[in-house]
Write a protein that binds this ligand. Structure first.
Ligand SMILES: Cc1cc2nc3c(=O)[nH]c(=O)nc-3n(C[C@H](O)[C@H](O)[C@H](O)COP(=O)(O)OP(=O)(O)OC[C@H]3O[C@@H](n4cnc5c(N)ncnc54)[C@H](O)[C@@H]3O)c2cc1C
Length: 482
């Protein structure tokens, strides 16, 4: 029987294995899939834990509904009823500026203002900063199509203050990245497209919001009509599952029928043979197969391909990664003076704090903390202060609590504490990323049946990883069918 080996048991590898099974069944192809995961646990960055009535996400805590692949997979896996929207009553985001929390004005989407009154009333941006952001409407579009770092792009279109107070902290909170090195083309292709199409991000964003509202209304209508009695809206911009994203991982594993999962197994090399490939494992075992999908980080793919293709391996190793840690702290509500009237806050670099962002998790999503408690999750490390990830638990906790106490006036002791370190877990799409990935793929194309997946190349979020898994599965099954 033909065999495919998938290396990596994160959402990228698991969803690839599931899609390969689906494709094979659809095409009437008998196939064996072997999935190898280095750790004992499946899920990669996705890790959900429950402790004393709190539901704690160690890594990702949601996915974007705008990118439909994660939501569709949840529904296919029987989790439609467990999809959870954000609590939209309190969906404000705050930005720390001058040591105080200021509301990100309503209507600012990512970094683009779309509503005049809340923007003009905002205490976050100075009057000259607001005027400069408004002038975006009149800044001519860029003439050349070459790549640019996000920092230059935002400064050019919206000005320095928008970069320092909005773009930089939001990007650090989401990508753990540095706007001075991030490729705008690879990380925010929609902004580049808006500039080209509308000549202005403000005009482009207003047009896109109209389309989004229409799409959301259609999805809500479909959800209500599909479930008869459903009365509450079923879609928000950020979505999760009632029992956490670990449920998505479990639901994939439950559906795998043709796949043998081997955890605690480190693949060490992929070697070309006369009939296909040999995957070598640490410890000496080898697995013969017809096709290989590497859904491990780019630096791991680099090691696996070092003997097969030196150039591809070297290029893979040039995709940088940063490390981050999440620190979840549960408190009794009575110990928090702050009204927690939003989803949380982000911290610009200029504020010189240890935390990059804090999510008020139990406000954002229902069921994350007991009724008398709240859950706060902070991010440290990333490109700003990566060294913090390597500090001791005690040091990290102290730095985070000092910041929270100062910013939010928390005086009580946490009743729950969890720190998750994510070493080299966030790929950075730096300037030239698109060209770099094209060169890698050109080299890999010399090896029919060999594919790369996961978050390193064409999208960093969960939904993108699932889409890439589906696309890769189609290619692998088509290849195997000859
Ligand atoms: C702290 C944090 C917060 C995030 N928040 C969000 C969010 O809210 N929403 C969102 O959409 N995305 C978020 N992301 C990004 C999201 O986690 C990733 O897009 C996604 O999980 C990547 O999946 P993956 O399968 O590509 O990689 P991974 O999850 O890294 O999985 C790769 C797997 O390969 C295994 N592996 C590596 N080398 C080998 C080898 N040689 N042999 C066998 N196995 C190997 C690893 O052990 C790992 O399990 C976040 C990421 C982090 C770190």
């Amino acid at each position: 029987m033909k065999r495919v080996v998938v290396i990596g048991g994160g959402i990228g590898g698991l969803s690839t294995a599931l899609s390969i099974e689906e494709e094979a069944v659809q095409k009437g192809l008998g196939l064996q899939v072997i999935l190898l995961e280095r750790k004992e646990r499946l899920g990669g960055n996705i890790r959900t834990e429950k402790a004393d009535g709190f539901l704690i996400e160690g890594g990702p805590d949601c996915f974007l509904s705008e990118k439909p692949w994660a939501m569709e997979l949840c529904k296919k896996n029987g989790l439609g009823d467990k999809l959870l929207t954000t609590n939209d009553k309190d969906k404000k985001t705050f930005v720390l500026s001058g040591g105080k929390l200021h509301e990100l004005p309503e209507g600012v989407i990512l970094m683009v203002p779309t509503r005049i009154i809340p923007f003009m009333m905002s205490s976050l941006i100075s009057l000259p900063g607001k005027i400069r952001m408004g002038l975006e409407l009149f800044i001519p579009r860029k003439k050349t199509g070459d790549d640019e770092c996000l920092g230059d792009f935002v400064r050019r279109r919206l000005g320095q203050e928008a970069l320092d107070k909005i773009a930089e902290p939001l990007v650090a909170g989401v990508h753990a990245g540095d706007p001075r090195t991030m490729s705008v083309k690879a990380s925010f292709p929609k902004f580049v497209q808006m500039e080209a199409e509308y000549g202005s991000l403000i005009r482009g964003m207003i047009a896109r919001m109209g389309q989004m509202r229409k799409m959301m209304a259609e999805r809500k209508a479909a959800a209500v009509s599909g479930e008869g009695s459903a009365s509450k809206p079923k879609v928000s911009m950020f979505m999760t599952l009632t029992d956490g994203l670990g449920e998505l991982v479990d639901s994939i594993v439950e559906r795998l029928e043709m796949t043998t999962i081997k955890t605690g197994v480190n693949a060490s090399a992929v070697v070309k043979t006369a009939s296909g490939y040999e995957v070598r494992l640490e410890g000496g075992e080898t697995i013969e197969c017809d096709s290989v999908v590497i859904a491990a980080p780019a630096y791991a793919a680099s090691g696996l391909l070092a003997g097969l293709d030196k150039d591809a391996s070297e290029l893979l190793d040039t995709i940088p990664y940063v490390s981050t840690a999440t620190v979840s702290l549960g408190y009794k509500k009575k110990d928090i003076k702050h009204p927690l009237n939003g989803f949380g806050f982000v911290v610009p670099k200029a504020e010189n704090r240890s935390i990059m962002a804090a999510s008020w998790v139990s406000v954002k999503f229902a069921g994350r903390a007991p009724d008398d408690s709240v859950l706060i999750r902070c991010f440290v490390g990333g490109s700003k202060k990566e060294e913090l990830v390597f500090a001791s638990d005690e040091q990290i906790e102290k730095l985070v609590r000092d910041d929270l106490n100062d910013i939010m006036g928390i005086e009580g002791e946490p009743v729950v504490k969890r720190i998750f370190r994510w070493h080299k877990a966030m790929p950075q799409y730096t300037i030239g990323h698109i060209e770099r990935v094209s060169s890698i793929e050109e080299k890999i194309a010399k090896y029919p049946g060999l594919y790369l997946g996961g978050s390193a190349y064409h999208g960093i979020g969960i939904s993108d990883c699932i889409r890439i898994g589906e696309e890769t599965a189609k290619k692998a099954v088509t290849f195997i069918r000859g």
